[in-house]
Design a protein around this ligand. Structure first.
Ligand code: ACM
Length: 725
């Protein structure tokens, strides 16, 4: 296996032979993400990529032809060249045959891509492999002096895990069909293959039911998918090699359902208090509950053809069960002595209901707190120890622990987490102790939330890990924010799930990610377009300084920006939260800061020619402050970020001084070093205040406007280099 070197082999070869050959520099290495199993660079000039002429061998079907058309349309967007005006490059697609296992865990996703002088050859055992190969070829298009080209290479590729998903919560905020289709388009490009839709929760039930029409009439606020729309989405996803797995969350997280069918609730009427929703649940003692679920799941099982069917099972605090004489009596009569035993009883019924309809049940990790039927899939979400528990009990596991995108962590932090590492993610012992002391948090805790250093999976347990899912809960994600909250971080997790475990170089990841994200935008992703609108809304006609500030910051993490969390733990006003704050607009992983970080590393590595551009950028950031203040005048939403803008200016100035020291080869004086340390520590403290959920609970004071300065770290790297550290 060989990776593309950062410098071109042509130039290296010419220098090595001492030849005075001055050709144009070759085009940049392709930015393929996820990193394939093997890419071998071949010698010879890159071949033109302005247009392709597809030649089919072997299996061919209408869906594959449409995939080839989509590929052609993308090439036109990528190059801006009218295909009719250029000589096309030959693209041979050799598909061995149809794949009866397409859209299952056994789908044939492997492919080989060969780029030679005569053209491109894409070979795959089945249609899904062709889709994966086309995704790689798209990303391999690069530009150089010869125009748009694909470098000579051979790619041999297949996924590490069969289950590579994204979970989108469409219950808290409804997402339109158009928005979901955009996410599926992007998923195809980074080889993600499962869209898990969280379709019901306390806030809404989002699918039309003909059998139980009160669900959409009384529990959707008018925002739901018709059955025709669901069918359309399933087909759309299937054409892109993406399975749709529905989730209907029971017995908890079901207040919307219970608003429509209150006779199924374990407690009548609306309980109150901040945690009432967590205590609310279906009544597991009623035969009517199971009859209802049988009817609903029959209907939904037919609508969603995937073999897997998610039934939630998470976060039942149990308060309404404890206070219901009927439920308590049921427990006594059935010898159920705890909430966990009652839940296990419920899950067994639900598993049988799903199985009778040809479905394999999936549930969140709580369903494994008691043994459950072997065929059930467990989705680990709070800690990696849940992977060990689920697989230890013989169940297959999907990993979302460490992949929660709504926590607004960086892509880099998710990238570190390997699905087979049972010690990767969880609360440390001190945090767990604090959570246990909390009156309500304690009822939801379990030993599996604890990070267990050294915990390992046996080979047999590893074989039960199917893969993982990036999860995005949408309490703080509107339809307009979805693209920006999902991408580019979902692409980072896509690489973790597709590529070999040894692929771990973060700088290399971000170098590719910067280009892949632009590729997704060219294909229609709206993260940037929607962000621009949200900014323009705040400062029409003069949004430039606001946009610049937004590009350099990130929202605070781990629910620190969530009004309900601030209300519960810090006595702040709760109520409805709007999404017009800069913290709602800024990306959790600023790509400008990432690109700057790579430039800083290059400078420190000896590429001094980059210094003038770096300094120009730092001056621009510094000078943005006065412009931002002018726009912020009289606009409280922007005013709140004025101290952040001031800190950015000061950090940029510090960075400028650091570059000056590095260029001059001088060391800064103690006084400068002390000032730098204070400035950087202020930002580090701001980061710490929301670095975990329990930190958020312990930190009433978050930084102004709930914003972290994403360039603080790379400026810290410059400062350290200036100081010779
Ligand atoms: C969950 O995040 N409650 C599965």
């Amino acid at each position: 296996m060989r990776r593309f070197p950062a410098t071109t082999s042509c130039a290296a070869l010419a220098l090595g032979l001492g030849l005075l050959v001055w050709g144009p520099p070759a085009a940049a290495a392709p930015a393929v993400l996820p990193q394939p199993l093997s890419i071998q660079e071949q010698t010879g000039a890159a071949i033109p990529a302005a247009a392709f002429q597809v030649e089919w061998s072997g299996h061919r079907d209408p869906a594959l032809e449409r995939a080839a058309q989509r590929f052609g349309a993308y090439v036109a967007l990528r190059t801006g060249i009218d295909a009719r005006l250029v000589k096309p490059t030959r693209l041979r697609i050799i598909c061995a045959g149809p794949d009866p296992d397409a859209l299952t865990l056994k789908a044939k996703e492997a492919y080989r891509l060969t780029v030679e002088a005569e053209g491109v050859t894409l070979t795959a055992e089945g249609p899904i492999g062709v889709l994966r190969g086309l995704a790689t070829l798209r990303q391999a298009i690069t530009s150089g002096p010869e125009g748009f080209v694909v470098p000579r290479m051979q790619v041999d590729d297949r996924p590490r895990f069969a289950w590579r998903g994204v979970m989108i919560d469409v219950a808290r905020h409804f997402m339109t069909l158009e928005t979901l289709k955009r996410q599926i388009d992007a998923m195809e490009q980074v080889k993600l293959n499962v869209l898990h839709l969280h379709l019901s929760d306390n806030e809404g039930f989002r699918v039309e039911s003909r059998r139980y029409p009160k669900l959409q009439a009384l529990a959707s606020g008018g925002e739901y998918y018709t059955q025709a729309q669901v069918r359309e989405l399933v087909v759309y996803a299937a054409e892109r090699g993406v399975r749709i797995v529905p989730e209907f969350d029971v017995p908890g997280h079901s207040r919307a359902l219970l608003a429509a069918y209150p006779e199924l609730a374990s407690r009548k009427g609306e309980a109150d208090g901040a945690f009432a929703a967590l205590n609310s649940a279906l009544d597991p003692s009623l035969p009517e509950t199971y009859a209802f679920l049988g009817g609903l799941f029959s209907e939904m099982a037919e609508l969603f053809p995937d073999r897997y069917f998610h039934v939630g099972g998470d976060e039942v605090a149990g308060g309404d069960w404890a206070s219901s004489p009927r439920v308590q009596d049921f427990m006594r009569r059935n010898g159920l002595t705890s909430k966990v035993e009652l839940e296990a009883y419920f899950h067994r019924q639900v598993r049988d209901i799903a199985a009778a309809r040809g479905k394999t049940m999936i549930g969140w990790e709580e369903i494994a707190h008691a043994p459950i039927a072997d065929d059930v899939l467990v989705q680990a979400w709070r800690g990696s120890a849940a992977i060990a528990r689920g697989t230890g009990q013989g169940n297959r596991v999907i990993v979302s622990a460490g992949y929660y995108l709504d926590l607004l962590e960086t892509g880099e932090s998710h990238y570190q987490i390997d699905p087979l590492d049972a010690a990767a993610y969880g609360m440390d012992a001190e945090e767990a102790a604090r959570a246990r002391a909390h009156p309500v948090l304690k009822s939801l805790l379990h030993e599996d939330v604890l990070k267990v250093p050294g915990l390992q999976l046996t080979a047999a347990q590893q074989a039960l890990v199917l893969g993982g899912e990036a999860a995005l809960w949408s309490e703080l994600v509107t339809d307009e924010m979805l693209d920006g909250r999902l991408w580019p971080r979902a692409a980072v997790i896509a690489e973790r799930l597709w590529s070999p475990a040894e692929v771990r170089d973060t700088d290399d990841l971000y170098r590719r990610l910067l280009r892949v994200q632009d590729g997704l935008r060219m294909a229609g992703l709206k993260d940037e377009a929607n962000r621009d609108r949200m900014i323009a809304r705040l400062s029409p006609g003069e949004s430039e300084p606001v946009a610049l500030l937004v590009s350099l910051v990130s929202p605070v993490r781990n629910f620190a920006h969530k009004a309900s969390v601030q209300a519960i733990f810090h006595g702040r006003p709760g109520g409805r939260q709007d999404f017009n704050q800069l913290a709602d607009i800024a990306s959790p992983d600023s790509l400008v800061a990432r690109r700057f970080g790579l430039d800083v590393r290059a400078l420190i590595g000896g590429e001094r020619a980059g210094a003038p551009a770096l300094k120009a950028e730092l001056r621009m950031w510094r000078d943005n402050h006065v412009r931002f203040l002018k726009v912020a005048e009289g606009r409280p939403m922007l005013q709140a970020a004025a101290p952040v803008s001031a800190d950015i200016a000061a950090l940029a100035e510090l960075g400028l001084e650091a570059v000056g020291f590095i260029e001059a080869g001088r060391r800064p004086k103690a006084e400068w070093r002390a000032r730098a340390a204070v400035m950087l520590e202020k930002q580090a403290a701001a980061e710490r205040a929301s670095s975990t959920f329990m930190q958020t609970v312990a930190s009433p004071n978050q930084p102004p406007a709930d914003l972290l300065i994403a360039i603080a770290r790379p400026i810290g790297v410059l400062v350290a280099a200036a100081e010779g550290r």
